[in-house]
Design a protein around this ligand. Structure first.
Ligand code: SAH
Length: 345
């Protein structure tokens, strides 16, 4: 099949066979054909709008030892921090002034943030800013915990599945972690009523094209509202210090494929993409992404939320970060909108 026919088929049926997808991922063709169609589909659904989510990285303590991650529990050189409730609320207030109507509270799996502590923070943000949506991204918790957090007012949850291949999952994580549990969390979150975000790293160690096909198939079954992907970037104090970074090119192809498979989805142009290439996020937007996540964390802790080497946006004030990203979005031909940025199914 010609590349144009393949892209037509993907747009019209939102699906392709494994071998067709494999060709889109690996094949030698004019990628502009894929990219421009993804951009058309994005514009049909969302116009030129780009949604912003204010990212508050509130703790880098973590009980897990994920092999790819810089804040893994075995990194004794990590400079650990956790924000207090009032610091988190200050970030939210500042974000509100800057036009944010949705926050993402992200952190390592930090046992300090029990259900009680976290629910209190969520409900305090909701009472301070009733017109804002609170998104959590704090890893695997019990169903009961997710229920309590929902009752406290959280409505969205980001939990990348990281890889949908159990064998590959085993190569990225210590033995006590399992793909089964991660997936159970995602299904629990969905059943409870959260808008769920999932996703994976591109080019993580031992990833094959077959792994990526499994990722796409899993996403088709989960049908998440948000899909976050970004290139793997090695961290010098992680088990994978010696592995090469993922490919920007492949990440962009995947963003376009995701846009065509999930026309409604909220897809961020991630910080990791901007870290590997100066205009990576702009390219992400042009390839079909429609979300950016400027950093609202206090400047003093930003560099400490050190998931991978050379992470960008660690020096600026929140206002600068927003202004910079706003400029980039505009220069790429899109427009930031001030609202909750809801999914359009
Ligand atoms: N503890 C939370 C948040 C993890 S950090 C959780 O488990 O969901 C958010 C995401 O950053 C992770 O899901 C992972 O996909 C990504 N990430 C971590 N280390 C990375 C690395 N070295 N390169 C690229 N992305 C990474």
């Amino acid at each position: 099949m010609e590349i144009c026919e393949l892209v037509d088929k993907l747009e019209n049926t939102r699906d392709l066979t494994d071998s067709e997808l494999k060709f889109l991922l690996e094949g030698d063709y004019d990628v502009e054909i894929l990219r421009s169609r993804a951009d058309i589909v994005r514009q049909k659904n969302y116009g030129r709008d780009v949604f912003v989510r204010g990212l508050i990285e509130f703790t880098n303590y973590c009980k897990n030892g994920c092999y790819y991650c810089g804040i893994n529990c075995n990194n004794k050189d990590a400079n650990r921090y956790r924000l207090s409730k009032s610091e988190i609320l200050e970030c939210a207030d500042e974000g509100y002034e800057l036009g944010f109507r949705t926050y993402v509270l992200q952190g390592g799996e930090d046992p300090y943030f029990t259900d009680e502590v976290l629910c209190d923070i969520v409900s305090s943000i909701k009472s301070a800013h009733p017109d804002c949506v609170v998104t959590l991204s704090v890893g695997e918790r019990s169903r009961e915990s997710y229920e309590k957090l929902y009752e406290a007012g959280a409505r969205r949850y980001l939990l990348r599945h990281e890889t949908a291949s159990a064998e590959h999952y085993g190569k990225l994580h210590p033995e006590k972690m399992s793909l089964d549990n991660r997936m159970k969390c995602l299904w629990d979150l969905k059943e409870i009523g959260y808008q769920v975000g999932s996703g994976f790293m591109v080019g993580s160690p031992y990833q094959t094209t077959e792994c990526l096909l499994e990722d796409l198939r899993f996403l088709q079954s989960l049908s998440p509202d948000m899909i976050g992907i970004g290139p793997f970037i090695s961290h010098e104090k992680s088990v994978f210090a010696q592995f090469p970074n993922g490919s920007v090119e492949l990440t962009l192809r995947l963003i376009s494929i995701l846009r065509l498979m999930f026309p409604y989805a909220l897809i961020p142009a991630t910080t990791a993409l901007g870290t590997l290439k100066a205009d990576g996020r702009e390219l992400g937007l042009k390839a079909g992404a429609n979300v950016v996540m400027p950093n609202l964390s206090p400047t003093a802790v930003r560099a400490k939320y050190d998931l991978y080497d050379n992470k960008i946006c660690t020096g600026e004030e929140s206002a600068q970060c927003v202004a910079c990203l706003g400029g980039r979005v505009k220069a790429a031909g899109y427009e930031i909108v001030v609202d909750q940025g809801n999914v359009k199914r």
